[in-house]
Design a protein around this ligand. Structure first.
Ligand SMILES: Nc1ncnc2c1ncn2[C@@H]1O[C@H](COP(=O)(O)OP(=O)(O)O)[C@@H](O)[C@H]1O
Ligand SMILES: [Mg+2]
Length: 385
């Protein structure tokens, strides 16, 4: 029933650009049945306090969905608005760019906040700066106007890209995943045109998030030896960012960086919120080991103490821990490989012992440990969270 109503709501939204109201005709003089012990209690119907003046008095308006249910079922702009609406007055060259950018829009992928271990501060800042302003735009006005640019920085493998993917899934925004290679390599001559179209499109599909991963490759400090095209691209990016507030609808810029000190100061100024994503602490590493090793296809014999593993992996990033687990699993599978024959192994269970994991830890060196200090210093000096 709910999905039927939701379908109707979305159809109505596209057709009339507002939510429909549901009505029920009430009898003039409802006959009251005599109260017997068998009579079921009347169903509780939430009646709207002030009936719609356009409706005859014999109608009552009943809210079938609660307000928050309605908010959850509103369809993202990308599903509601046809691309042709944006392209109707465009030159064919611009249309091509729109179609190209359309391929960079990410649909919700199923990852959720709980899939990310630790990083509670970063998660709550992202909720407060991206998710809530979209959900409750009426609260975030005036002085509380939402941040327009958010930077996530930290050593590689700490979950920054993953956080962005969760925001894509959970925010209900149109999410443009802009890779530097798409903009810079393919369109070197026309990069500034594509940036312009990108912001136009983001505004059309608002609320939108423009996400640029590893931004330092794109917005490195402008220097003398710089390529002319990339200089033009950067100035266009900065101009568009300044224009964000004048556009209709909310457009955020979410940016990731493994080397924030290389970002152009002019760009940095527009990234008002700078969040540090640190290496996982003891508890987070314990949770990560548990997540990766406690799978139904893996049997730990004898029982593995995750705390012991966490203690041995100080300085490892989330992706290093993942590598350790992969290596441990591989060492177990490696022993089996010569005996696998032609059988189907889909439902097999791999055995891993503590010594497999300890050997894997020995073999896997943490890549990001040395960078951690530099990020921390940069955060103390330039960060905000
Ligand atoms: N906090 C975390 N929680 C869960 N998985 C993590 C976490 N940090 C890293 N990972 C794992 O490491 C992988 C790489 O993370 P990624 O987001 O690409 O790192 P970054 O973008 O910071 O370099 C992820 O796919 C995930 O499996
Ligand atoms: Mg990344």
């Amino acid at each position: 029933m709910i999905s039927l109503v939701q379908d109707y709501c979305s159809y109505y939204m596209i057709r009339f650009n507002k939510q429909p109201q549901f009505c029920r005709k009430v009898d003039d003089a409802p006959a009251k049945r005599p109260q017997t012990r068998r009579t079921r209690p009347e169903p509780v119907v939430v009646e709207k306090e002030d009936p719609d003046p356009d409706l005859p008095s014999t109608f009552t308006v009943t809210k079938l969905l609660k307000d928050n249910q309605l908010a959850n079922c509103t369809i993202p702009a990308i599903e509601r608005k046809p691309l042709s609406g944006l392209m109707s007055n465009m030159t064919s060259e611009k249309k091509q760019l729109v179609e190209l950018l359309n391929q960079d829009i990410i649909r919700p992928s199923g990852v959720c906040w709980d899939d990310i271990k630790g990083l509670t501060t970063a998660k709550s800042i992202l909720m407060e700066s991206v998710v809530y302003p979209v959900r409750y735009p009426e609260v975030f006005t005036g002085l509380l106007e939402p941040w327009r640019g958010v930077l996530l920085h930290g050593p590689p493998g700490t979950g920054k890209t993953m956080l962005a993917r969760v925001v894509a899934s959970e925010s209900g925004c149109t999410f443009f995943n802009i890779t530097c290679s798409t903009i810079v390599n393919k369109w070197r001559g026309e990069s500034e045109k594509i940036v312009k179209v990108l912001f136009e499109m983001a505004s059309y599909y608002a609320p939108s998030i423009i996400f640029i991963d590893e931004v330092e490759t794109l917005a490195a400090e402008r220097g003398a030896g710089e390529h002319e095209a990339s200089r033009r691209l950067k100035s266009q990016l900065l101009t568009e960012l300044d224009g964000i507030t004048q556009r209709d609808g909310i457009v955020f810029l979410l940016v990731n960086s493994n080397m924030p000190w290389e970002i152009d100061p002019a760009m940095l100024r527009r990234l008002e919120k700078r969040i540090y994503i640190p290496l996982p602490d003891f508890k987070t590493r314990e949770e990560l080991f548990e997540t990766f090793l406690n799978s139904k296809n893996i049997e730990l014999v004898p029982k593995v103490n995750f705390q012991e593993l966490a203690a041995k992996t100080e300085g490892y990033s989330g992706s290093d821990v993942k590598l350790v687990c992969k290596e441990a699993l591989m060492s177990s599978v490696r022993k089996m490989l010569p005996y696998m024959g032609g059988k189907n192994h889909t439902n097999r269970k791999d055995k891993i012992s503590l010594s497999d994991v300890l050997t894997a830890i020995e073999k896997t060196k943490p890549v990001s440990k040395s960078l951690s200090k530099r990020h921390q210093e940069w955060q103390n000096e330039m960060g905000s969270s």
